[in-house]
Design a protein around this ligand. Structure first.
Ligand SMILES: CC(C)(COP(=O)(O)OP(=O)(O)OC[C@H]1O[C@@H](n2cnc3c(N)ncnc32)[C@H](O)[C@@H]1OP(=O)(O)O)[C@@H](O)C(=O)NCCC(=O)NCCS
Length: 149
């Protein structure tokens, strides 16, 4: 498995994966959004035999970095790929001097919440009716305190 920064040439495959991962009601990213994020944010992919097994997208903000989306294709789940993707991008973000990491997650997405807790995020707030369909979100945060990675 190779973990690397996504490039413009990966956008079509990323969009195909996105449609597998997120139904319309979960607002999948468009092809254009992926193209934008490749240029303006941090988007890493896990590549296995030329296939994109998964991706992680972090939005670069002024005071923090937001874990915006992470997804692994069904056939590759449960193999710690999401955890590895996060660890690689997290290390790079630390070297870019980011200290505060945030994310929002649907309160019923237990698998994702478990992953986020495992890598060190904590719930700091419930955001009522955060999503357009009325679902609440947890705001989760992770602060880097200088520990060895
Ligand atoms: C969430 C997701 C990215 C996890 O990917 P994955 O590669 O299968 O996860 P990993 O194998 O790296 O697992 C890491 C941790 O996540 C949690 N986890 C993963 N699969 C789980 C499951 N089926 N049930 C409960 N917890 C689970 C566990 O804490 C796990 O650690 P453990 O194996 O030591 O218990 C994947 O399920 C997915 O793509 N889901 C659909 C998209 C999504 O909801 N993304 C998050 C919102 S943007």
């Amino acid at each position: 498995m190779i973990i690397r920064k996504a490039e413009t040439s990966d956008v079509s495959k990323l969009y195909t994966l996105e449609k597998e991962l997120f139904s319309i009601k979960n607002y999948p990213l468009s092809r254009g959004s992926f193209a934008y994020h490749v240029r303006n944010n941090l988007l890493y992919i896990a590549e296995i035999d030329g296939n994109i097994a998964g991706y992680v997208l972090v939005l670069i903000k002024r005071t923090n970095a937001k874990l915006y989306s992470i997804g692994i294709s069904k056939e590759y789940r449960g193999k710690k790929i999401a955890e590895k993707l996060w660890k690689v991008i997290y290390k790079d973000l630390i070297s870019l001097d980011f200290k505060l990491f945030i994310l929002e997650v649907r309160i019923y997405n237990e698998v994702a919440i478990s992953l986020y807790k495992k890598v060190g995020f904590n719930v700091v707030k419930v955001l009522k009716s955060f999503y357009r369909d009325g679902c609440d979100a947890y705001l989760m945060e992770l602060e880097y305190a200088g520990e060895t990675l």
